[in-house]
Design a protein around this ligand. Structure first.
Ligand code: C5P
Length: 401
């Protein structure tokens, strides 16, 4: 049996000279037993003919958003539904910009906006277009949303320049596709709740108490669990990081709302509490905006403790997830405090990290954690938050086996 038999790729070909390499990619995919359906953009058709793609893919090539025959045979939703993976090769600066900004002005961009399937892009463009701040921002927005990428490579270009921007070779793209489509899904059939971001506790309709949490770590964990096949409910406070693909997101503001959303998401096999929940809320929050009175003393805020979401969900009972993971963000006595939290909150694991301002961890891109379990303490090296998430998701998969 060929390695990719039974799998289906929707290959989106945008307008770049590298489109000629996509013909070879189709040949390699077909050779591996993979079904291929092509969507060709108007610009893509300047570089490669529909007839070539149709002959190689042994499938109809889709080109128009408003074609009555195409819609009756296979509409844009159906095109993505029928695929296991969407591959954009070549991914031009233009199509990356459309994807990053949610434009849907042709069939390719509409399919990309409507899909909930994994998406792999193989960027291909002139080196200066690749290095332009706009393209770099668009690309990092897409990566943050969970879009996967291969390349671009460095080398000589069709425009007689040298640098980064060459599309990866078809064999490399095939390897990346195999890595995605043949990745193990050890968490298939499991449901995991993840909390992420800060909470906002109102003082009045315009003011609130909050903290510096960005949601990066929690959102990355949700994405990593989803990549291993888990059904993930992400309960998120107000953040600016994008929603991870394929994850159900419940948006809340206060700790009370976060608790209610977690309880509504039960039952779950595991729960990861990465949110930085405000410890207190304002008991005397005002329903109208508090007026600044000239010469008057500032208003007194009466703070009362918030419910502990982690401790509530981890308390023994039939609804308790099998694995409950808490976080401990500390500036002093990190390990002692984290170990105390493990017991007090009845968690199975605590992910402890030092959030002193000099570490740059709170709101930053990296994290250095200590994983505390009943077996002891593991010190992990300083890693990108996405890598911390991948390793943690792999450990959760092992624990739920
Ligand atoms: O007690 P502390 O806030 O340091 O505990 C941190 C852990 O507890 C984190 O996992 C956090 O998400 C969780 N927590 C919670 N509800 C609270 C406070 C903290 O779930 N009210």
């Amino acid at each position: 049996m060929s390695t990719l038999s039974g799998k289906r790729v929707l290959l989106i070909i945008a307008g770049g000279i590298a489109a000629f390499k996509s013909a070879e990619l189709i040949r390699l995919l077909r050779g591996a037993g993979c079904g291929v359906t092509c969507v060709l953009t108007e610009n893509g058709a300047q570089f490669v003919t529909p007839l070539t793609l149709q002959a190689l893919s042994e499938n109809k090539v889709y080109r128009e958003l408003f074609s009555l025959t195409d819609e009756s045979e296979m509409g844009h939703i159906q095109l993505s539904r029928a695929a296991d993976l969407l591959v954009v090769a070549p991914a031009t600066a233009n199509i990356l910009a459309k994807m990053a900004n949610g434009l849907a002005d042709d069939l390719a961009s509409t399919v990309l906006l409507a899909t909930d399937k994994p998406v792999l892009v193989a960027p291909a463009m002139n080196v200066r277009m690749w290095l332009h701040a706009a393209t770099q921002v668009n690309f990092s927005v897409l990566r943050g949303r969970g879009v996967l990428s291969v390349g671009p490579a460095e080398g000589a270009m069709a425009c007689n320049e040298y640098g980064f921007g060459r599309m990866s070779e078809p064999a490399e793209i095939l390897t990346a596709i195999k890595g995605i489509l043949l990745a193990p899904q050890p968490l298939a059939g499991r449901h995991v709740i993840v909390t992420s971001g800060p909470t906002h506790e109102p003082i009045d309709p315009v003011r609130y108490i909050a903290n510096r949490s960005s949601g990066r770590q929690g959102h990355s964990i949700a994405a990593a669990l989803s990549a291993l096949g888990a059904r993930v409910t992400l309960v998120s406070g107000p953040v600016t990081v994008p929603d991870p693909a394929g994850v159900t997101v419940r948006r809340i503001e206060s700790a009370a709302e976060m608790l209610a959303a977690c309880q509504a998401a039960l039952p779950a096999d595991a729960a990861v509490f990465a949110a930085a929940v405000a410890d207190w809320r304002v008991a005397n929050a005002s329903s109208g905006k508090i007026k600044k009175q000239p010469g008057a003393a500032p208003p007194g805020l009466e703070l009362v403790p918030n419910p502990d979401i982690l401790a509530t969900i981890a308390s023994p009972g039939p609804a308790r997830p099998r694995l409950v993971v808490g976080f401990a963000a500390e500036t002093d006595d990190l390990l002692a405090n984290a170990q105390g939290k493990l017991k007090r909150k009845n968690a199975d694991w605590i992910v402890a990290n030092d959030v002193s301002s000099e570490t740059g961890i709170m709101g930053g891109a990296e994290n250095e954690i200590h994983l505390i379990t009943s077996a002891g303490v593991e010190d992990w090296p300083r890693l990108d938050k996405q890598e911390v998430a991948r390793r943690l998701a792999a450990r959760i998969a092992e624990a739920l086996r």
